[in-house]
Design a protein around this ligand. Structure first.
Ligand code: CA
Length: 229
């Protein structure tokens, strides 16, 4: 599966060089030219990595980073800063960036940093997912809540894993058909099947606990979060 990178950069020349260079290395690249566009794309689609210029018109890079980190801790973010803006770098890393590059930079350097971040991301991805006291050990296919083992069917496990990987996002029934049931473009929607599985999963994950984790977003889909909706 192609690795999808979002480049948020307003300078035409830099944006083009990045997008062409990364595409040549086999990445799928989407460029956002403003903070707003970057923000919108991050909300609408899923990416494997973000290259984020901090100096953007409108909503600046730090704002995007803060929003991104408030709902998705996992996605690697590489920030681009100006040579003299040491403070930006510090603030950026504090705000949750994984690495930074100072402009102007050499493309091979960027490329190496991206590879390193993706490697690290993959290692993390395979291990554990958690929300509140719910823990999913993906490798061992083991789910516990409050230390108690939950017995899930294979499908329920996949469903829960998917919801957790998209934590903080609303997952639509369409996404579940496509990514969990792998039946995109079916003539009859899987909505009922999905709802039945969600109901069963909820019984196992939430019924015995005061804090509910699986929430329905009416008319849209489902989301996993600790807070009450
Ligand atoms: Ca810029």
């Amino acid at each position: 599966m192609a690795v999808h990178i979002l480049v948020v950069e307003d300078e035409t020349k830099v944006a083009r060089a990045l997008s062409e260079g990364l595409a040549r290395e086999g990445y799928e690249v989407t460029v956002a030219r403003t903070g707003e566009e970057g923000y919108y794309l991050l909300d609408a689609r899923s990416f494997d990595l973000v290259v984020l210029d901090l100096m953007l018109p409108g909503r600046d890079g730090l704002e995007i980073l803060a929003t991104l980190r408030s709902r998705d801790r996992g996605i690697p973010v590489l920030i681009l800063t100006a040579r003299d803006a040491v403070e930006d770098r510090v603030v950026g890393l504090d705000a949750g960036a994984d690495d930074y590059l100072v402009k102007p930079f050499a493309f091979p350097e960027l490329s190496a940093r991206i590879r390193a971040l993706l490697r690290r991301g993959r290692a993390e991805q395979s291990s554990r997912l958690q929300v509140a006291d719910l823990e999913v050990d993906v490798a061992a296919r083991r789910v516990t809540r409050g230390g108690r083992i939950l017995e899930l069917t294979a499908r329920e496990f996949e469903l829960l894993e998917y919801l957790l990987r998209n934590r903080g996002r609303v997952v639509s029934r369409e996404m579940l058909s496509r990514d969990v049931w792998k039946e995109a473009g079916r003539a009859t929607p899987l909505d009922n099947v999905i709802d039945v599985h969600i109901a069963r999963l909820r019984r196992k994950v939430d019924e015995a606990f005061d804090v509910k984790l699986i929430h329905t977003v009416r008319g849209v889909g489902f989301t996993v979060k600790e807070a009450a909706s």
